[in-house]
Design a protein around this ligand. Sequence first.
Ligand SMILES: Cc1ncc(COP(=O)(O)O)c(C=O)c1O
Length: 380
Amino acid sequence: MSPFDTIIDRRGSGCSKWSRFEPDVLPMWVADMDFAVADPILHALRERLAHPVLGYGVSQAGLKARIVGWLEAQYGWRVTPDDILMLPGVVPGFNMALRTVCAPGAGVVVQTPVYPPMLKAPENGALRRIDAPLTATDEVDRDVFGAALRQAGQGAFLLCNPHNPTGRAFGREELAEMAQACLSAGVSIVSDEIHCDLLFDGRRHIPIATLAPEVAARTITLMSAGKTWNIAGLNACWAVVTDAGLRARFAATLSGVADHVNILGLIATEAALAEGGAWRDAALAYLQANRDWLAGAVAERLPGVAMRLPEATYLAWLDCRGSAAAADPHRFFLEKARVGMNSGTDFGPPGAGFVRLNFGCPRAMLEDGIGRMARALAGA
Ligand SMILES: Cc1ncc(COP(=O)(O)O)c(C=O)c1O
């Protein structure tokens, strides 16, 4: 038995995932995993808590050195500790990054269906949202993307790579085309790469800023240990901004709003990068096996439901348009199967008829969820 098979009762732990629905609902929604955190991270946190004072934290030299080392080892990305800013989260990070790079009232291009806070970020900053939907096979539509950029003015492209909810890990060519189109249109790039360390089938993540120095000069990249090591509740992430001028402007936007990071988040991030490699590899293998099992189960047991194999992340984007749940799959599976997923409609117009299922859980829990969904469809 794998340690990831252990079912941990999270009710009563103050977590969002298990608090949203009624007690008989199996929650398979928000993007955190039902796995225990890696021992080296727990150890580092316990050690820190042995000290009884929890005043403001500040990132230590060791943490930025770890991040620099991780970026080089994982993606061949060479940056310096000065290029890195610590932030309390990727969502505050991209909200503030858009306000940094966009002229007032400019456009922000998003690739729908996409992570809901990305749909809201333009409006939060009094900016215009411009949707550039992915194709039916989750690829970038060059013409649609180019047309969207042309409407952005001195705006931004808010990239999600790997892409939530489709699970696409964009390849070098696709990224290069997008980056080139942004440069030609005079549009900056804000790149949310939070799922960057969860790529399947031996794929390697490519940070868009690594494509060329002129791309890096216009890019704010956001990354975090939150998803990979399941420590999202500790609210720590980092931005890589290699252009000194852009970095100073970003730091000024963050100042007084999002420039303090939870001290335990800093400790956990450093421990994850320093000692969490083996846990990450094991978790990734488990998730990949869950993904493959899920794809088979969807095909065999959920008539009319389709999914493409995610290339990254533990989120499956289920196309229910051909099923008995088509009209409102989120409600159907919540009410009839007692499985709580994310409604596709929250991810923008192309999400109608879809749900997002989180398979970052013990296999038995995943089997339970699919069993419930299969019975609900059979009874419909
Ligand atoms: C694409 C993406 N960005 C950001 C976040 C959340 O980031 P944070 O908790 O660091 O704000 C998530 C969480 O699901 C996500 O999927």
